[in-house]
Design a protein around this ligand. Structure first.
Ligand SMILES: Nc1nc2c(ncn2[C@@H]2O[C@H](COP(=O)(O)OP(=O)(O)OP(=O)(O)O)[C@@H](O)[C@H]2O)c(=O)[nH]1
Ligand SMILES: [Mg+2]
Length: 495
């Protein structure tokens, strides 16, 4: 795999150095003796106290010029991130200065510039990090959502390793129960042997099923939760987008086709970030550029965590099932009677909906479909009293149809609660984990079907052995080169 097998000392700026900043952190890893660099510092390196900060001049060893005043830390072999000797230099973060210092070490000592991920690779190689920890670190560093951060930390902290090791232990217990039934059946007796086997099969099945349950959520939605507003021209998508952002970000006008390309902005809701996407209105057009904008809108509608159709009441008749939420716009222009009729239509749909106005930030909803109610739900014309965040508003609700103020807030609440539903069983988001668990679960289900009528315990034992590799790969005990390559290629320089 790449040039990673080289053991010479490496240097990199670990704090990123694209722009000037106050402090940059350089790391040199893999040298034999710290005293090799004695000429570069004004303090005596023989006396350096491991893991303590030391203030020192950094000196150009060729001409004794003082290059910078730095803080120096020494992490000895075994007690460092990579498992090797590490020198950490906190220098001033002018990019020229950073380059100059790194060049000093590369030109005058046996130090080379680190490849992306090379520090983490060494940590992995020296057993400072397991494969899941490396994957967690990668996820953490590249996360674009709070859930990504959380999942990354769960990998890095070893929590995922624990889950996988528990599964492996349970598998070993199951295998030993099988072996016991082969070799010591006379000692333990048939009934007790079978009981043990059933118990351990059940325990393994339970653990694997619970891991598999955590693989059902769409990874992209979790790691980058996009909310796209799709709909015909002039229905009020951009007005809604601006309302939620509380700024005039998208151009709004009464001319059809105002938004021709997508516009996106991030918002934070309860510390979770979401990307809102305003898109070009859907219509037949001969304009090539607008047509391209519409194509992109449709692609967003396929890939978003929440695909929101914004429509006027007339558009309700042609509503498509593929949307997660339907918003009927311009509530302020609707009469009470038409609201009642719209409500009747909405509860017939299989998708949740709101009727709202961006103009005065008011709404009715959320209106939940009446599951299985058929004509009864649809026929209900009883008045409704919406309550913010109160959950479904079905046909049975009482009270007058009175729009509430604060759609922006109610909608954000809705987004957050939908997202929380996705995350509350701690779904796995590292693709390798998801694929391996699913592979294991599928083969296990097959195995159980085939083995149900198998009485020959020796055959059961040999079939079970087929799981060894997949489990070891999941745990990271077996790491094929292409898997390692994929993981470390993704890292940034300095990590
Ligand atoms: N009365 C009223 N007018 C609204 C409301 N929301 C938007 N409008 C008006 O409807 C027109 C179209 O609004 P936009 O937000 O530009 O609609 P759009 O869906 O982004 O349109 P395209 O960019 O053409 O796809 C503008 O004149 C808005 O002021 C509303 O809640 N009530
Ligand atoms: Mg628009």
């Amino acid at each position: 795999m790449k040039q990673f097998f080289n053991d010479s000392p490496i240097i990199a700026c670990s704090s990123g150095h694209k722009e000037n900043c106050a402090i940059s952190i350089l790391r040199i890893s893999g040298f034999d003796d710290i005293k090799d660099y004695a000429a570069c510092f004004s303090i005596n390196l023989s006396n350096i106290k491991p893991r303590f900060a030391h203030f020192t001049n950094l000196i150009d060893s060729r001409n004794n010029d003082i290059l910078d005043q730095v803080i120096l830390l020494f992490f000895p072999k075994g007690a460092s991130f990579t498992g090797e000797n590490i020198l950490e230099i906190h220098c001033h973060g002018n990019t020229l200065n950073v380059d100059k210092i790194m060049k000093l070490f590369v030109d005058n000592f046996n130090v080379k510039y680190a490849q992306p991920g090379e520090f983490s690779y060494r940590a992995y190689k020296n057993k400072k990090l397991s494969m899941s920890q490396v994957e967690g670190l990668d996820l953490f560093l590249n996360a674009k959502s709070s859930y990504g951060l959380k999942a990354g930390m769960s990998g890095l902290s070893g929590a995922i390793d624990n889950d996988f090791l528990k599964l492996r232990d349970s598998f070993i217990e199951l295998k030993s129960a099988v072996e016991l039934n082969i070799d010591f059946l006379d000692d333990i007796g048939e009934e007790q042997g079978q009981e043990l086997l059933d118990k351990r099969t059940e325990a393994f099945d339970k653990l694997l099923s619970s891991l598999n349950d955590r693989c059902s959520t769409d990874i992209d939605s979790l790691l980058r939760p996009d909310i796209s507003f799709i709909g015909e021209t002039n229905v009020g998508k951009s007005s809604l987008f601006n309302l939620l952002l509380n700024q005039d970000r998208s151009i709004v006008s009464d001319i059809h086709g105002t938004t021709r390309d997508y516009v996106s902005e991030n918002i934070l809701i309860k510390s979770q970030n979401f990307r809102l996407i305003d898109t070009a209105g859907l219509r037949e057009t001969a304009d090539k550029i607008e047509a391209e904008g519409i194509k992109r809108s449709l692609s967003f509608s396929n890939n978003s965590f929440l695909k929101v159709l914004v429509t006027n009441p007339e558009g309700l008749s042609s509503v498509d099932e593929k949307y997660d939420l339907i918003l009927i716009s311009k509530l302020d222009l609707l009469s009470k009677d038409s609201i009642k009729n719209i409500f009747k239509e909405l509860i017939k749909l299989s998708t949740s909906s709101f009727i709202f106005s961006s103009l005065n930030d008011s709404y009715i909803g959320p209106i939940e479909p009446v599951v299985g109610s058929g004509p009864t739900g649809a026929a209900s014309d009883g008045p409704i009293e919406p309550v913010v965040g109160s959950g479904p508003m079905g046909a049975a609700s009482d009270g007058p149809i009175e729009p509430l103020e604060g759609f922006s807030l109610a909608f954000k609440y809705y987004i957050f609660s939908e997202y929380s539903k996705l995350t509350n069983n701690d779904p796995f988001v590292i693709e390798r984990h998801v694929n391996k668990i699913k592979e294991l679960y599928d083969s296990w289900s097959q195995f159980q079907l085939v083995m149900r009528n198998e009485k020959d315990i020796a055959i059961i034992s040999s079939q079970l052995n087929l799981f060894n590799n997949t489990i070891d790969e999941l745990v990271g005990m077996i790491a094929p080169d292409h898997v390692l390559h994929n993981i470390f290629d993704n890292f940034c320089i300095g990590k």
